[in-house]
Ligand binder design. Structure first.
Ligand code: F3S
Ligand code: F3S
Ligand code: ZN
Length: 115
């Protein structure tokens, strides 16, 4: 749906300025985690280079086979109301910036930024 030429659904995706707008609250699998994190309901954003918003990821799973270097893995998130597993950028340092994951995610949960 477009309102004033602006797709309102695009607002539903990951905040492209999450590094400015959020605080780092920890690390996981070698990448940063950006809060707020209040498990199991709020899980934050995992990764800086390959950032995946776990509060938007609904476990569609398309990103995992799409990645040519297989750096995204499942991580169980029991009790989360949206999905009981999330895509985790487990080895974001391996990213070759093909952007397949970002393009394939149906809910725009992924933002890839070259360092
Ligand atoms: Fe989640 Fe999107 Fe991947 S919904 S599993 S980040 S394709
Ligand atoms: Fe893989 Fe996405 Fe990077 S598909 S190579 S993590 S841009
Ligand atoms: Zn993680």
């Amino acid at each position: 749906m477009f309102i004033n030429d602006y797709c309102i659904y695009s607002k539903m995706g990951i905040d492209p300025d999450f590094k400015k707008n959020r605080q780092k609250v920890g690390t996981h699998n070698g990448h940063d985690v950006y809060g707020p994190v209040e498990p199991p309901n709020k899980l934050g954003i995992h990764g800086s280079v390959v950032a995946i918003d776990w509060d938007i990821c609904n476990a569609d799973g398309s990103c995992i086979p799409a990645c040519p270097v297989s750096l995204i893995e499942w991580n169980d998130t029991p009790g989360n109301p949206l999905s009981n597993r999330k895509a985790d950028p487990a080895r974001e340092g391996d990213c070759i910036f093909c952007m397949a994951c970002q393009n394939v995610c149906p809910v725009q949960a992924i933002k890839v930024t070259a360092p």
